[in-house]
Write a protein that binds this ligand. Structure first.
Ligand SMILES: C[S@@+](CC[C@H](N)C(=O)[O-])C[C@H]1O[C@@H](n2cnc3c(N)ncnc32)[C@H](O)[C@@H]1O
Length: 215
């Protein structure tokens, strides 16, 4: 399993739980450190390996030979969703320092979390086009993504991703709706450690693509 945007490593923990070899990539040292700390407490009798590697997702192709991956599973950045001031209720009520502040994952120009919608979609396409030959034929690539509200406009991020991935050779096989009602109402933390947002929705999409058998 490959996660090109591994963050704090949830997919690697799941891989450990399910006995899968896995590699996760991220730009940020802090997230990878969290990831490594979490992996330390995992099942030591497991015979599989989970690796957390610091690199740009644009470079991942060089780590893998063709047709070597059985699965890609990732929760990517959501364009520059976080690049705006937060006025949501949880912040207001708490009167904390984060109210009305602009936060984003980083200022790193390689970070997809600072790109506007069009640049973001193209960057995702560029990364995943290079990963397509690394998948075995019929191997799946699952992208976890929400739609978002931005300045009172509904941004259908999942539609942009489906269109872009189709252009890059992927085939959409299934769409799973992940009901997050309980998580959003009780906790509401997206990302690590403090990207505290409400997106006006309580569900996200799991876009389930595969590498078509004929290419
Ligand atoms: C939504 S978070 C992933 C959250 C993850 N599922 C978790 O459990 O923490 C997206 C991650 O993508 C990383 N990222 C953004 N641009 C990247 C790039 N070009 N290459 C690698 N990682 C990148 C960010 O640092 C961030 O950790």
């Amino acid at each position: 399993m490959l996660d090109p945007f591994v963050g704090s490593g949830t997919t690697l923990i799941a891989a450990n739980d399910t006995n899968r070899n896995a590699a996760g990539f991220d730009l940020k040292t802090e997230y990878l450190q969290v990831c490594l700390d979490r992996l330390k407490t995992q099942n030591i009798f497991n015979t599989t390996h989970q690796l957390a590697i610091q690199d740009d997702a644009q470079n991942i192709e060089k780590y893998f030979s063709d047709e070597s991956l059985s699965l890609i599973f990732t929760s990517p950045p959501y364009a520059n969703l976080l690049n705006r001031s937060r006025k949501n209720k949880s912040r207001r009520d708490r009167k904390n320092d984060q109210f009305d502040k602009i936060e984003q994952y980083s200022q790193d120009p390689r970070d997809l979390g600072i790109l506007d919608m069009n640049c973001y979609t193209t960057a995702m396409g560029n990364i995943f086009e290079k990963l397509l030959p690394k998948l075995k034929p019929k191997a799946h690539c699952v992208i976890n993504i929400p739609d978002i509200w931005l300045d009172n406009t509904r941004i259908t991020l999942h539609v942009s991703i489906i269109d872009e991935f189709r252009r890059r050779g992927y085939e959409l096989r299934n769409t799973i709706i992940w009901d997050r009602t309980n998580i959003v109402n009780r906790v509401g933390i997206f990302g690590w450690p403090s990207n505290y947002i409400t997106m006006g929705v309580t569900f996200e999409y799991l876009l389930d693509f595969w590498r078509p058998p004929h290419i």
